[in-house]
Design a protein around this ligand. Structure first.
Ligand SMILES: [Ca+2]
Length: 426
């Protein structure tokens, strides 16, 4: 609990805009997003009882000054301010538009540099926003230009993990076609934490979904290593246009008795953010730790199939990072390539992207990531078996909830407090 002082927002670009109430709310939200343990849930509860709400008031636009921060080689260009933004992405090849999910259930479009007034989607009536819940990410189908299909990941009003598909309007491309919603997947999830949150299409054209282990502390349901459960897993599916999904025949556990065919990788605690290298198809996962160790996992792509090998066991809850956590078996588990300890100021890792923006020069090919508490952006070179050159990049983004990559491969850093920044050359 003593750590709560490090949770104070300290976005150096806009210090004057951080008011005490905002700080308190940020702490509550921050703590809820990470809520790793019962111990840490106490300050969350205290903050909530003290009257802080989860209303999207943190995303107020303030003076609208375009803030910038810089460090050697890179600076942060402010894209805009949103209401508790959680993710950013673009349709494949779309060089003009960036789509931002807002936690309450809206998707905003930034066209060029202009934020459009009308949301692309509004499902606020379906989305639960307490704890670690909300509209948490979205993904455009690889053939979006033709099919106009896209997908969203949210926590529904019953607390279940939900992925739905929608279609953009044919006549009004910045609007969603009314009545186009199709359920893709639902997973009951009764606890307030470890709601997962990421969907991404791989270079193999399949939709990958990251589900948390079911919440609580220490994987009480022992889902992580249980192949009969979808919680604590990375899933790989082919959504059907009319709803539901197909299980790809080359998934690793198809045909294995007692295992779910949707599972692509397992042994995950809360893979809140994962991504694919847009050049190679390699997988990186930021798996949020328990009480001591945050981790980045890396699985290189198999060139022929444009995806990582399937069936990898990431170790939870036998291992937290590279350390033994319980006596549970974890056959063949793959240790992380990078770990950050809580002793060093981390609390909840925010997985990012392998940078493929050539304008960033020597950062090309480096992996950028961060942490919800330690606001420093970090970079490292990931490779099979380890990482090298792990260092703080310089700029800070407080309450760093996510990164996002646009249609040009430009990487953005997102503060749940409202601001989104693009990593730009100095
Ligand atoms: Ca692990």
């Amino acid at each position: 609990m003593a750590d709560i002082r490090v949770l104070r927002p300290h976005n150096v670009s806009r210090p004057a805009e951080v008011e005490p109430a905002g700080a308190g709310e940020a702490i509550a939200i921050l703590a809820c997003v990470r809520a790793r343990s019962v111990v840490f849930a106490l300050p969350v509860l205290a903050a909530v009882l003290a009257g802080f709400s989860f209303a999207p008031s943190l995303g107020r636009t303030g003076g609208g000054q375009p803030g910038t921060q810089s460090a050697a080689g890179v600076r942060l260009l402010k894209l805009g301010t949103f209401a508790q933004p959680t993710f950013l992405t673009s349709p494949p090849g779309d060089r003009r538009r960036r789509f931002v999910t807002e936690r309450a259930g809206r998707i905003r479009i930034v066209q060029g540099s202009k934020k459009l007034r009308r949301p692309f989607l509004d499902i606020t009536d379906r989305v639960q926003t307490g704890g670690e819940s909300g509209l948490l990410s979205m993904a455009f189908a690889p053939d979006f230009a033709r099919s106009r299909r896209y997908y969203v990941y949210y926590v529904d009003n019953g607390g279940s993990l939900a992925v739905d598909g929608f279609r953009a309007s044919a006549k009004a491309p910045n609007r969603t076609q009314p009545g186009s919603r199709r359920k893709v997947i639902r997973e009951p999830h009764s606890r307030g934490n470890h709601k997962g949150g990421q969907i991404q299409f791989g270079r193999d054209g399949k939709l990958y979904i990251g589900f948390g282990d079911g919440g609580g502390s220490g994987d009480p349901d022992e889902n992580g290593q249980d192949l009969s459960q979808r919680l604590g897993k990375l899933l790989r599916i082919s959504p059907r246009p009319r709803g539901g999904y197909r299980i790809p025949r080359d998934n690793p556990f198809v045909g294995r008795s007692g295992a779910r065919g949707e599972i692509f990788a397992y042994g995950l605690r809360n893979p809140y953010r994962f991504s694919f290298d847009r050049l190679t198809g390699a997988l990186t996962v930021g798996d949020v730790g328990q009480d001591a160790r945050e981790e980045i996992d890396f699985v290189p792509a198999v060139r022929r199939v444009r995806r990582p090998r399937g069936g990898v066991n990431f170790g939870w809850s036998a291992f937290e990072g590279s350390r033994r956590y319980s006596s549970r078996p974890a056959p063949g588990h793959l240790p992380p390539v990078l770990e950050r300890t809580h002793a060093a100021g981390s609390c909840s890792i925010t997985g990012g992207y392998v940078i493929r923006d050539r304008s960033l020069g020597s950062l090309y090919g480096a992996y950028v990531y961060g942490d919800l508490c330690d606001s420093r952006l970090r970079v490292a070179r990931l490779r099979k078996g380890g990482a090298r050159g792990d260092r703080a990049l310089g700029p800070r983004v407080s309450t760093l909830v996510s990164f996002g990559e646009d249609g040009r491969g430009r990487v953005h850093a997102i503060s749940l407090e409202g601001a989104i920044f693009r990593l730009a050359p100095k």
